[in-house]
Design a protein around this ligand. Structure first.
Ligand code: FAD
Ligand code: SIN
Length: 538
C-alpha cells in the first residue's frame, strides 16, 4: 500500500493533522491508522478541557506563558511556550468551526474553568467530557473529507528506515529516513508494508507502564519505542505526570476513572483520613497548586497515615452546579454507591501523562527525515518538568497544525517513487523462523511484572537504589521478551509488551541521569534542583 500522508493515531493530534493536509491537498491520499477503533484514544477521555487565553479583559498571553513556565519548573523551552500559548486560541476557534461545542453561560460567553497552576479561569470545556466532544467533532470532520481513509485494527509494528534495506543505522547515522511502516493487520493477521512520503506519529502516551493509570489500555508508548529502536532521539522521559485525583476503587484493574482537576477548580477540597484539609501545609496555592506538588503531597499523606487514598470533599459545593458541570463524575460515583452531596470521594494519584517523548522541533519534525510527531508522544519542549493542566490538547492542536504546514511544503520536494536512497525496493516483512505463540501467560505475566516494578520503584518519589533495582529487573524482562519476539509470530500483545519495556527503560535511564529533583522527578538522594538546567536526550 502506498500513500502520500501517513498518520499513525486517531486522537486529537493525528486527526487535526489529517484534516489540515487533506483540505490543503485534495488530490493527495491521507491514510490514518489506529490499533483499535478510531475513537479509542486518550483524547476521548479528556475531562477538564482545553486551556487558552479567551477573555482578554482579565487574561493575557503573558499570564498563560508565565503559568506554563512556573509549572514546568525551569525546563520549558520558552520559545515553544510562546508559540503554543499565542497560536492556541486560533486552533481552538478552528475546532469550534469544525463543530466542537464548549459550554456557554446564559449570556452566550464561554464558561471558563480553572485548574491547578492557572492564575486565571481559561479552560474551555464540554461538561466533564470535553475529549469525547472534541474527538466526535474531529471524526465527523474527517468523514466529510473524501481523500482521508481510516484503517482501524491495524497495529504499527516498526518504522521502515535504511536499516531494513541492509544499511547500518546508528544514532549518529546522518539522514535516517522514514519510508513508511510495517503494520499487523488484525483482520488478515498478516504483516503489511505501507509506504509513505511523509509520516506523522501521533501515537499518544504510555500510562499503561504503571499499575494504576487514568489512560486507556492503548497507551503503551508504541510510537516512542519505535522511534527509539529506529535510532531517533527521545527526551526527558523521567517526567511522568501522576494525576492527583483518580477515583480509588479497591481491586479495580485497568484504567482508573479520573476526577477532573476542574472539581478542585470549582471548590473541591482534599482531605486526609482525619478529615484535615492538608494542602495548606504543602503549598500556599493549596488544592490548586501544580500537579507535581499536589500528587506528592497526597502520596506523603497516604504514606504517613498508612492509607491507600485520601478524599476529595465536594459536599459543600452547590449540587445543582456540580451536576451541571460534572454529570459524568456524579453518575460514576453514584454507580459505586458514592453520593457526592453526602460522601467524600476516595481518590489517589495515578499515572496520567508523559511530559517527554520523541524530540521534535518547532514544526513537529523528529530527528528522522520525513517523520513528524505531535501530541502526547512528542517532546516539544512545552511542558518541561511538569505539564500545566489542560495544556496537552492545546499543544496537540498547535503542533498538528505546524507539522501539517511543514509537511505540505516538504511533500512537493519529495520523489514520486517509494524506494531507498539508491533506488532499492523496500522489502516485505520477514517472518521466517517464527512460530505461533504457545503461551499467552508469558506475555500477560510480564506485563504485570513491568507495571508492578514501575509503580513500586519509579513512582512519584524515587531514589537511587529503587532505580537500580528497576533497571536490573527491566534487563531481565527485556532479555526474555526479545527472545520471545525473535521466535514468535508478532501479536499486538507481544509488540505492546516489547514497547512498554523499552519505554520503561527510557523512563528509568533518564531518571538515573537526572541528578536533581525537578518538577515531576523527585529523587530523595538528590533532593535539590541542579544549577545546570538541561534536557536529557537519548
Ligand atoms: P491519543 O488521543 O492517545 O491517540 C493515540 C492514537 O494512536 C490512537 O488512535 C491509537 O490507536 C494510536 N496508536 C498508538 N499506538 C499505535 C500503534 N502501534 N499502531 C497503530 N495505532 C497506534 N489533556 C488536556 O489538555 N485536558 C484535559 O482535560 C485532559 N484530560 C485527560 C483525562 C484523561 C483521563 C486522560 C487519560 C488524559 C487527559 N488529558 C487531558 C491528556 C490528553 O487527553 C492527551 O494527552 C491527548 O488527548 C493525547 O492525544 P494524542 O492525539 O497525542 O493521542
Ligand atoms: C483533568 O481534567 O484534571 C485533566 C486535565 C489534564 O490532564 O490536563
Amino acid at each position: 500500500m502506498t500513500t502520500d500522508f501517513l498518520v499513525i493515531g486517531s486522537g486529537i493530534a493525528g486527526l487535526t493533522y489529517a484534516v489540515k493536509v487533506a483540505e490543503a491537498m485534495p488530490d493527495k491520499k491521507v491514510l490514518v491508522i489506529t490499533k483499535t477503533v478510531s475513537d479509542e484514544t486518550n483524547t476521548k477521555y479528556a475531562q477538564g478541557g482545553v486551556a487558552g487565553v479567551w477573555d482578554t479583559a482579565i487574561d493575557s498571553f503573558a499570564k498563560h506563558i508565565e503559568d506554563t513556565l512556573i509549572a514546568g519548573d525551569g525546563l520549558c523551552d520558552k520559545h515553544i511556550v510562546e508559540i503554543v500559548v499565542k497560536e492556541g486560541p486560533e486552533r481552538i476557534r478552528e475546532l469550534i468551526g469544525w463543530g466542537a461545542s464548549f459550554d456557554k453561560a446564559s449570556d452566550g460567553d464561554y464558561r471558563l474553568g480553572r485548574e491547578g497552576g492557572h492564575s486565571e479561569s481559561r479552560i474551555l470545556h464540554h461538561k466533564d467530557v470535553t475529549g469525547k466532544e472534541m474527538e466526535r467533532a474531529l471524526l465527523d470532520k474527517v468523514a466529510s473529507l473524501t481523500n482521508i481513509s481510516i484503517l482501524n485494527h491495524c497495529f504499527v509494528v516498526e518504522i521502515i528506515t535504511q536499516h531494513h534495506l541492509g544499511y547500518l543505522v546508528t544514532k549518529s547515522t546522518p539522514n535516517i529516513t522514514c519510508y513508511g511502516v510495517y503494520i499487523l493487520n488484525l483482520a488478515s493477521q498478516e504483516i503489511e508494508k505501507i509506504l509513505s512520503k511523509v509520516t506523522l506519529f501521533a501515537t499518544g502516551g504510555n500510562g499503561a507502564i504503571y499499575r494504576s493509570t487514568t489512560n486507556p489500555a492503548i497507551a503503551t508508548g508504541d510510537g516512542i519505542a519505535m522511534v527509539y529502536r529506529a535510532k531517533g532521539r527521545i527526551e526527558n522521559m523521567e517526567f511522568i505526570q501522576f494525576h492527583p485525583t483518580a477515583l480509588y476503587e479497591p481491586g479495580k484493574k485497568g484504567q482508573s476513572f479520573l476526577i477532573t482537576e476542574a472539581v478542585r477548580g470549582d471548590g473541591g477540597i482534599l482531605r486526609n483520613a482525619s478529615g484535615e484539609a492538608f494542602m495548606a501545609r504543602y503549598d500556599e496555592r493549596k488544592d490548586l497548586a501544580p500537579r507535581d506538588i499536589v500528587a506528592r503531597a497526597i502520596d506523603n499523606e497516604m504514606k504517613v497515615n498508612g492509607t491507600e487514598h485520601v478524599y476529595l470533599d465536594c459536599r459543600h459545593m452547590p449540587m445543582e452546579k456540580f451536576m451541571e458541570h460534572f454529570p459524568n463524575i456524579y453518575e460514576k460515583c453514584k454507580s459505586i454507591g458514592i453520593d457526592v452531596s453526602r460522601d467524600m470521594i476516595p481518590v489517589a494519584p495515578a499515572a496520567h501523562y508523559n511530559c517527554g517523548g520523541i524530540q521534535t522541533d518547532e514544526f513537529g519534525l523528529t530527528s528522522i527525515d520525513n517523520l513528524y510527531a505531535a501530541g502526547e508522544c512528542a517532546g516539544t519542549g512545552l511542558h518541561g518538568a511538569n505539564r500545566l493542566a489542560s495544556n496537552s490538547l492545546l499543544e496537540a492542536m498547535v503542533f498538528a497544525h505546524r507539522a501539517a504546514h511543514h509537511a505540505l511544503s516538504a511533500i512537493a520536494t519529495l520523489s514520486e517513487t517509494h524506494t531507498g536512497p539508491n533506488g532499492e525496493r523496500i522489502p516485505d516483512w520477514d517472518a521466517r523462523g517464527t512460530t505461533s505463540p504457545k503461551e499467552m501467560i508469558l506475555i500477560t505475566q510480564s506485563v504485570k511484572e513491568l507495571q508492578m516494578l514501575m509503580s513500586d520503584y519509579v513512582g512519584i518519589v524515587r531514589n537511587n537504589i529503587r532505580l537500580e533495582r528497576a533497571m536490573r529487573r527491566l534487563d531481565l524482562l527485556y532479555e526474555e521478551v526479545e527472545a520471545l519476539y525473535r521466535t514468535t509470530r508478532v501479536s499486538p500483545q507481544l509488540c505492546e509488551l516489547r514497547n512498554m519495556i523499552t519505554v520503561a527503560y527510557l523512563v528509568v535511564k533518564c531518571a538515573q541521569f537526572r541528578h536533581e529533583s525537578r518538577g515531576l522527578h523527585f529523587n530523595t538522594d538528590f533532593p535539590e534542583k541542579s544549577a545546570i538546567v538541561q534536557d536529557i536526550v537519548w
